[in-house]
Design a binder for this molecule. Sequence first.
Ligand SMILES: [Zn+2]
Length: 145
Amino acid sequence: MSTPPISPDLAKSAFAQFALAHLPSTTERQIYPVIDGSSEAWTATAAARTAEVSDHEADQALRRFHKAGIVDLDGGRRPRRYRWRPEMAYLHEGIEPSRARDPICGMPVAADAPLLVQEGAVTVRFCSLACLVRWRAHRPVVGAA
Ligand SMILES: [Zn+2]
């Protein structure tokens, strides 16, 4: 399979779509660049120091990133450590057109991603509950309770 060339404009619009869905607060916009592309496991304290926000703000942002599927929890260690998910690299590298994407945030989703809505013959899959909820809120779903 070949990867199509990615223009800076496409990368910019992919980030804009993602940010709209997942990085709504100023703190989240400050924290994301710190962890973006990092292979380290970040504590809220370490992320806070680098982004120059409070520990509490960093903790809240990382929890939201976790809920949104942007980071994974690194084991059960205390304090909590979060790892940036390599799947997010699409923001820089683009996505093969054949891959399924979350229609809300634009993230690539696995062909068997568990969060989905069936619309007639079409299956729409989501990266997180946050995106699925937003989809439901903006689309009339036939037969929904
Ligand atoms: Zn999403």
